[in-house]
Structures are given as C-alpha cells and as structure tokens.
Design a protein around this ligand. Structure first.
Ligand code: ATP
Ligand code: MG
Length: 216
C-alpha cells in the first residue's frame, strides 16, 4: 500500500531522512519508532504529500505520490485518515459534529452521513456521548473522537502520530486495543510512537529510525 524507495530529505543543514526504503502491505500494522528528531513525523507527512522528498520515490496504492499534480492531492488525502497526539478536535462542536466535519470535505452524500457517524461512534465506543462537547470529555475519549473522524470517510490507511502521547498508561492501552480492532477489520495502520511498552505488548513489524536512517 505504501512504498518508500531511497527517500532523502534535508531541511537546511539537517538531514531529516537519508536513503529510506521500506514497504507496508495492505492490512499491515506498522510501528515507526526512534528518538525525537529521528524523522518519524517527516515520513508521515511525506505519505500525505505535505512534505516532498529531495530525492527518491514514494508510492501509495501503486501511484507515485511524489509526482502527483496538485489537483490530485486532495484525492490522495481522502484515502488516508490521520490521528495526532493533540487530538485536534473543534472545541465549539459536539462529538457528532466533529466527526461530520470530515464528511463535509469528502464526497460522501449527505443522506449517508447519519449512518456513517453512528457506525464509527459505535466502533470507538462513544455512542452515548455523541452530544457532548470536547471540554466534557476525557483525553481517551477525545482520542476516540479523532479516531472516529479519521475512520468516517472509510480510508484505506490510518496514519497515527504519537496517538497515545498525551494519555496515561491505562487509557493508552485502551486506545491501542481500539487500533488493534480497527486493524483486524482491515485497515492498514502506520503509527509513530515513543511508547515502547506498547511495542512489547503488540507484536507488529517495527521500522526503527535513528538520525534519518532505518536501523534493523
Ligand atoms: N519544516 C521543517 N523545517 C526544518 N526542520 C524540520 C522541519 N520538519 C522537520 N525538521 C527536522 O527534521 C528532523 C526530523 O523531524 P521529525 O519531526 O520527522 O522527527 P520525529 O522523529 O517525528 O521527532 P519527535 O519524536 O520529536 O516527534 C528534526 O531534526 C527536525 O528538526
Ligand atoms: Mg514527530
């Protein structure tokens, strides 16, 4: 589903990635690990075409991301759901409305919104809390909202950047269980994480980065 071929990127004098190659197959769950500054977020941004490499090629679903025309970038991003450490929910909107925001910019017809929102809220266990506002929710619940929002457009791939970074251990484990469940239902997941305990508990392929290089 995702392939990097000899990808390099520098920001000024900082070499963020050097000659990185890897492949993520359909339905896989991959961890991206490594110390701060290793290049994890840069990899995720490259899959979204928010950052373009200096050299090398990136493929998503067989198409070259690096050579996409600007007009085709939104289509690429519709196939990718994103989840971040800081949740990125809209404070003035309810749980349901936060999820609908993703549908508003998708091609999904409005007749289908209610069914889709209900489905993903059930999946993340927030059905009973759908009318609440973000300030009425715990950190774990906020991360469930952002996961529901990522899933509602039915993306092929979920990119998660330190999704448990702001959560206590118990809540982090619950969120990880949820990612497991979503992966078992067929979604491909690439997750950047420092959370080494998680990697011990869930045995998935790990891509370990140090100073922009893959260490095996
Ligand atoms: N837009 C940018 N401009 C300048 N330097 C950048 C930019 N984006 C990333 N970098 C640099 O590239 C390197 C890799 O950054 P990246 O954010 O990918 O690391 P990371 O592995 O995600 O780190 P963390 O665990 O702290 O999130 C760092 O040295 C960072 O300072
Ligand atoms: Mg990062």
């Amino acid at each position: 589903m995702v392939k990097f071929e000899n990808v390099s990127k520098s920001f000024g004098s900082v070499k963020a990635l050097s000659n990185v190659s890897f492949e993520v197959g359909d339905g896989q769950f991959i961890y991206l690990t490594g110390p701060s500054g290793a290049g994890k977020t840069t990899i995720l941004k490259m899959i979204l075409r928010q950052v373009v490499p200096d050299s090398g090629k990136i493929y998503f679903d067989g198409k070259e991301v690096t050579s996409l025309e600007t007009k085709d970038v939104p289509l690429l991003r519709q196939n990718i759901g994103t989840v971040f450490q800081d949740f990125k929910v809209l404070p003035e909107r309810t749980v349901s409305e936060n999820v609908e925001v993703a549908l508003a910019v998708s091609g999904v017809s409005i007749d289908e919104w209610e069914r889709r929102v209900a489905h993903v809220l059930r999946l993340v266990g927030l059905t009973k809390r759908h009318r609440l506002f973000p300030n009425q929710l715990s950190g774990g619940e906020l991360q469930r909202v952002s996961l529901a929002r990522a899933l509602v457009v039915n993306p092929k791939l979920i990119l998660a950047d330190e999704p448990t970074g702001n959560l206590d251990w118990k809540t982090a484990d619950e969120i990880m269980d949820l990612f497991e469940k979503i992966n078992k239902e067929g979604k491909t997941i690439i997750m950047a994480t420092h959370h080494l305990g998680i990697i011990k508990d869930f045995k998935h392929k790990t891509i370990h980065l140090e100073d922009g290089n893959i260490k095996t």
